[in-house]
Design a binder for this molecule. Structure first.
Ligand code: FAD
Ligand code: DLZ
Ligand code: SF4
Length: 507
């Protein structure tokens, strides 16, 4: 007999390791372990979601005829790590070896590879592009732009295709998206589930063990099995998808989810399959229930961005997470962990992160990410923060978004120019600035929006690197046309702001 490892983000009945093995002879190993629960200080909701979904998945495997050796976090024999648990179970069952699906993190891939047991790793084919597919696409290309990769994925899946042409004649309808924040939102947000006894037991465990981690455990309403996740998906396709494209980039004080799908955590844990999610959206389009700009935009996020960032993570290798092309080394300010700040946009994004374990893409990219980049915060520290605080965060997807897309620390593999903006962008896309202690209109002075100051500070300190970037020429010519005394004032106020922040003052 063999052991079949199923990790906390591999909760899919068609997992390659399960397909390879035989329920009559082999034993599934699942384990809640200290190492996985603490490699970063995960948000308590993330730990609870993972353990609850693992326990329910184990039950569904048993119902399906598998023998499952499941270790709970507080089991006295718990070895504390995935490899420790496999070694313990191998001797308990006198197993000939271990079969597993490749994990989504280099750290675990190495640990499993180093294990003193005969083991067999299988590709994670829950993704549309294999490592080989991505490498074939990437090789010989000077730039790895997502758009071209995405078109291949459309052809490969047949999603939104009209024979060999893109539906509607265009591959990408982004110019119809990105409208500013609407006055009202007619979608109530994700479907919420009352905790059942399995979830309640996990919530008690997590409350006792991870009370000091950043993040609120209650209220806990996530789906924790595939049936619930599918009900949530249907609810969002009906209520959220039609306006998903229009308001994809908008942010509102009083609407945390706007029209976002909140399926990332379910996809990444394996409760939903990427193709089923995209097909549900396509059916809504074909039935006339959602417009093409929304459905194309959504499908692009999943078969485009999600697959593309995974390709980059595995292609770039284990050192990707420690890249720091811009040499940034500032410590992460306490406001990322909930300390008070006068910046309403940061306060709102962090508060929502603390209560929900969720912020949407533009909050992650253009508020907390933008600020971290402008302020020159150490990418490794920012990476750890994002990996810890979001319920959908696993390194394969989080690191390329943080190190690459958001912080330009990979020197432009993912982004052709840094995603930076002054307060103007946040003002245009949200209602945050109206209730902020800073004034977005002020470029200098005591009340000036810090994004306005830091934007020029960033461009000025990285002039050598970016002055030749054709997409940044305009920014430098605006800066160069400013009066020299005004430029000096901006730089000195930006420097003073950073000093105050470093000293722990409320900024
Ligand atoms: P929606 O906005 O409804 O989008 C639908 C789905 O598309 C998402 O669920 C996700 O599966 C996929 N998607 C969208 N954008 C991306 C992207 N850039 N990369 C990969 N998939 C994408 N996503 C994660 O899944 N885990 C992370 O840890 C994560 N960290 C991020 C960190 C930063 C700095 C940034 C800028 C983005 C990050 N993203 C991450 C991508 C994106 O922000 C989230 O997938 C999205 O906000 C999840 O919310 P949603 O399910 O409501 O997504
Ligand atoms: C995120 C997570 C947590 C919090 N705990 C566990 C766990 O106890 N056991 C487990 O098998 N998986 C857990 N996970 C998910 C893993 O961290 C994830 O499989 C790896 O990071 C690879 O993506
Ligand atoms: Fe954020 Fe500046 Fe707007 Fe305040 S004024 S909410 S700091 S962008």
């Amino acid at each position: 007999m063999r052991l079949v490892l199923v990790l906390g983000d591999q909760l899919s009945p068609n997992l390659s390791a399960l397909r390879k093995c035989d329920k009559a002879n082999d034993v599934v190993v699942m384990a809640e372990v200290g190492d996985e629960a603490s490699y970063v200080p995960h948000h308590p909701k993330k730990i609870a979601f993972t353990f609850a979904a693992m326990r329910k998945f184990a039950e569904s495997l048993r119902r399906d005829g598998w023998q499952v050796a499941y270790t709970k976090l507080d089991d006295p024999d718990n070895a504390g790590s995935i490899t420790g648990e496999l070694i313990r179970r191998a001797s308990e069952y006198d197993a000939a070896g271990v079969v597993y699906t490749e994990p989504g993190e280099w750290r675990l891939i190495k640990a499993l590879g180093d294990m003193p047991l005969k083991s067999h790793s299988l590709p994670d084919d829950r993704f549309i592009a294999s490592h080989q597919d991505f490498d074939d696409w990437a090789k010989d290309r000077k730039q790895l732009r997502m758009e071209y990769f995405y078109r291949d994925m459309r052809r490969k899946t047949g999603l939104l295709m009209d024979d060999d042409k893109p539906e509607g004649g265009k591959w990408n309808y982004d110019h119809d998206n990105r409208k500013p924040a609407p006055d009202s939102v007619d979608y109530a947000g994700p479907m919420q589930f009352t905790p059942d006894p399995v979830v309640e037991e996990v919530l008690t465990l997590v409350a006792g063990r991870f009370d000091n981690n950043f993040g609120d455990l209650h209220p806990f309403w996530f789906a924790t099995d595939t049936g619930q996740a599918r009900r949530h998906l249907a609810h969002w396709v009906k209520g959220g998808l039609p306006k998903f494209g229009d308001f994809q980039d908008a942010m509102l004080n009083d609407h945390r989810y706007l029209y976002h799908s909140v399926v990332g955590l379910y996809l990444n844990a394996g409760l939903l399959d990427p193709l089923e999610v995209c097909q549900a959206a396509e059916v809504a389009y074909r039935n006339g229930d959602a417009p093409l700009n929304a459905v194309e935009g959504f499908i692009r996020q999943i078969i485009g961005w999600r697959e593309y960032v995974r390709g980059i993570y595995f292609r770039e290798g284990p050192d990707y997470v420690s890249r720091n092309a811009l040499g940034h080394d500032r410590k992460l300010p306490a406001m990322y962990w909930g300390a008070e700040t006068k910046m309403n946009c940061i306060a709102k994004a962090v508060d929502q992160t603390k209560t929900e374990g969720y912020a949407h893409h533009i909050q992650r990219l253009m508020v907390t990410g933008n600020f971290a980049l402008l302020a020159g915060i150490d990418p490794a520290k920012v990476h750890e923060w994002y990996l810890a605080v979001y319920v959908d965060a696993y390194e394969w997807v989080e690191a390329p978004n943080v190190i690459g897309m958001s912080l330009f620390a990979d020197d432009g593999i993912i982004a052709s120019k840094p995603y930076i903006s002054s307060g103007n962008y946040i003002h245009k896309m949200s209602d945050y600035c109206g209730s902020c202690q800073y004034r977005v209109q002020d470029k200098t002075g005591a009340d000036a929006c810090p994004f306005n100051l830091l934007y020029w500070h960033f461009l000025d300190r990285h002039r050598e690197r970016f002055k030749g970037n054709p997409r940044m020429g305009n920014m430098y010519s605006v800066w160069d046309k400013m009066d020299p005394p005004r430029r000096d004032q901006v730089l000195s106020e930006a420097g003073a702001f950073l000093d105050r922040m470093d000293q722990g003052e409320k900024v």
